[in-house]
Design a protein around this ligand. Structure first.
Ligand SMILES: [Fe+2]
Ligand SMILES: [Fe+2]
Length: 360
């Protein structure tokens, strides 16, 4: 029973296999919504679509190690702190200023739902664009189930809720169906994390679809790794009986979401590591090391997320926060107490993916 040892699991999978659920004793129902995943006979939560996907990812990672290639990792020290942090959020809730926390939780649920765009990423003919063979890799299964499983986990599928619906349920359980500010999505699209940017080509020698796919994967990997901070924040806040009406149910929901994220981080870092271990054909007939391409894209995305994006997000949240505080009896002293709880943070000087220049 259980997943086969990593070295025994096959390296090739059909789409349906990577999307297959294990048997569940009981479904997960969040608030009133039937969600993905479920519970085994011992009452432990089991993530959706991991019956074969989890051992598959372990097998691809074991293969990388066997071939002497590294599995790339994003340093957790790069993860910006949450704003508002747990103590700030608790202060606001205790003082009856609920909108900023409701807003933050709603944004998290919307961002989770946006995760479904991963299924629309164009996957070019990788066998033609990668010099070395790619059979039996995560890279060869992106279109064949990995992107689709990821999209379903985030946004839900058919009548089953995914992370979007699970965050909404956690919010509504903990804060007892709060009023949702009407402008959350508008503000997000205007200035926040949902804003689309025109990306400049970082690797103009590369096939454009390949660069776009790799850049999206680098971006999503970084967002997934940094989301761990938001999950930790959500779990601590919503499971705190001082501010949460349903600490057990709301906190558990966030912990389930968190465990579902692990395959996302793992398949993305596996596939990017597989690219790093190979060479890529350029449009001019030459080749470039995959390692260089992956480093350039990860470096750019990590710098953006830890510098501009962090500050933009903080400013956007602060703007609506000041509005919400006006309804409080003593907005100025509240703001002072709130600011005193702020976590100081300076992004680390290096992303760990700086371009490698040969020693002089
Ligand atoms: Fe998610
Ligand atoms: Fe995810």
């Amino acid at each position: 029973m259980g997943a086969p040892a990593a070295s025994d699991a096959p390296l090739e999978y059909a789409v349906d296999e990577l999307l297959a659920d294990g048997p569940y004793e009981a479904p997960l129902v969040a608030g009133q919504v039937r969600c993905h995943g479920g519970f085994d006979a011992e009452g432990r939560y089991r993530s959706p679509r991991t019956l074969q996907r989890a051992p598959a990812i372990r097998a691809w990672q074991a293969q990388l190690a066997r071939d002497g290639h590294e599995l790339l990792a994003i340093d957790a020290a790069l993860m910006p702190p949450q704003y508002p942090n747990v103590e700030q959020a608790k202060l606001l809730l205790r003082e009856g200023v609920r909108d900023p926390v409701v807003r933050r939780l709603t944004i998290i649920s919307i961002v989770e739902g946006f995760g479904a765009i991963i299924r629309d990423v164009k996957v070019p003919d990788l066998a033609a664009l990668v010099v070395e063979p790619i059979e039996g890799t995560a890279l060869a299964h992106l279109r064949g189930g990995l992107f689709e499983a990821h999209a379903r986990d985030e946004a839900g599928y058919r009548d089953e809720g995914g992370h979007k619906q699970m965050w909404e349920a956690a919010r509504d359980l903990a804060l007892e169906n709060p009023r949702i500010p009407g402008d959350v999505l508008m503000r997000m699209l205007g200035q926040g994390p949902g804003r689309r940017r025109e990306r400049r080509r970082a690797l103009p020698r590369l096939d454009e679809a390949l660069e776009t796919m790799l850049a999206t994967m680098a971006q999503v990997l970084a967002v997934e790794v940094f989301a761990m901070g938001a999950f930790d924040w959500g779990e601590r806040l919503l499971s705190d009986p001082e501010v949460s009406a349903n600490p057990e149910a709301a906190g558990s929901l966030v912990s389930y979401i968190r465990s579902d994220e692990s395959p996302h981080v793992e398949y993305l870092r596996s596939a990017l590591s597989e690219v790093s271990a190979r060479s890529l054909r350029c449009v001019d007939g030459g080749t470039i090391p995959g390692r260089e391409a992956v480093r350039v894209l990860l470096h750019a995305t990590l710098r953006g997320l830890t510098r501009e994006r962090r500050e933009e997000q903080r400013q956007a949240i602060r703007e609506s926060l000041l509005d919400s505080m006006q309804a409080h009896a003593q907005p100025e002293s509240l703001l002072e107490r709130y600011d005193a709880l702020e976590s100081a943070w300076t992004p680390p000087a290096k992303t760990g993916f700086e371009p490698e220049t040969p020693e002089a």
